[in-house]
Design a protein around this ligand. Sequence first.
Ligand code: AMP
Length: 485
Amino acid sequence: MSKISTHPFEDDTLDDKLSEECAVFGVFGSSEAHLLTALGLHALQHRGQEATGMVTFDGNQFHAKRGLGHVSENFNASSMQMDELAGHAAIGHNRYSTTGQSEIRNIQPFLTELAFGEFAIAHNGNLTNAERVRRSLVDTGSLFQSTTDTEAIIHLVARSRRSKPEERIKEALLQIEGAYALVALIDDMLIGVRDPLGVRPLILGKINHSYLLTSETCALDIIGASYIRDIDPGEMVLIDQNGVTSLRISEIVKSRFCIFEYIYFSRPDSVIEKKSVYNARKMIGAELARESDISADLVIPVPDSGVPAALGYAQQSGIKFEFGIIRNHYVGRTFIQPSQDARSSSVMMKHNANSEIISGKDIILVDDSIVRGTTSRKIVKMMREAGAKSVHMRIASPPTINPCFYGVDTPNKANLIAAQHSLEEIRDEIEADSLAFISIDGLYRAMGEHSRDKDTPQYCDACFTGDYPIAPSRNFISGSKNNDR
Ligand code: AMP
């Protein structure tokens, strides 16, 4: 993998991208595989709310169900289809994409019949050379049924001349670049793979005698499963009736786990790479207070994503913590909306000021990130309308100035407020009395590192630094202009 140390594409018109951050889950060897998967996907709902799907195997037949919307709308006790999904092995997926292509044909897991039998696959991440691979496959006769990059893997597996499915998958993945956590199901095996740099998470768990794969540990807790270990970067695990076998698909290199998983994406009750997401966020908040403390009456989190960081900030600064904003939980994540209008109104639908607490106070608002600035602008305004004397915004991540090509939905550079404006301009734009972001070194300190290793940073932090650990292919970017964000 080549490393690019400057932003590879200064031309913003090329910046639009297909983007998906998703959840994967899989289980092998349980008579309740379908039920465990439904629960696991429910715990992973925060990673994707657009669509969900499950493929199961009952020893004779594969079964599949996919649908738009939340897990509970598609897989619930009253759903007749749950019985039809009964099996001893299952994989599932929650999809979060940004494109207008919320079509059934794009909902994973995909299930196809290959030379060795049926093959189901689900993917979290983004393949950076997918467009190029896809074009060459189409040029040589492949017919694609979806518009997702994941389908390229299926075609590569189908074309491999290797005999064993796992060898075919390995051969396919050697032609793929990008970030991925994959789960795949064939008739006698559950397979999990993590990309060579381990950008996206994948965890191995166990319940009774059955092994599980999940994007996050919170999906183990919901079913009472125990954590075994994180799948290593570049590792493939084969799970069958004999247990777990580990293979390597790439050499061992220093991993580059996505730091934004800790900042925002993962659930705070999850533990990734042995680090509690909640504790990481608190430490980031404490470091933020050390870097940019200011006197105020209250520390107020922007719920829910700003809560642990605000708590860390309050504990470090000694300023009282209060819930000055109440969140309506029946609205999805702000970002996961089709248009700017819908996003703006859903900020109001989602948050309301707790005026009694805020009125007449100097407040510090803590949020995890500013992306377009939509949330901050609305929230600051809301605080003022609730009578706040002054509003100081503190952000528990460095300014987001670059898009992510590895599966987190950040918009193109033109829509990233910090890529277009100075700190003072952003402060002015969101109408805060003061604004500070944690520094990149402060972020690394909060993560327990001495400092950010400039040659090979410990994490993927490209959204903050432009240091992309996997080259985003120009074909991938310019070929994916069907994204409207
Ligand atoms: P914005 O309103 O565009 O500035 O977005 C910032 C808000 O969106 C923050 O409150 C974050 O909690 C949340 N956020 C940041 N990154 C993402 C993402 N990739 N997907 C969904 N929500 C996000």
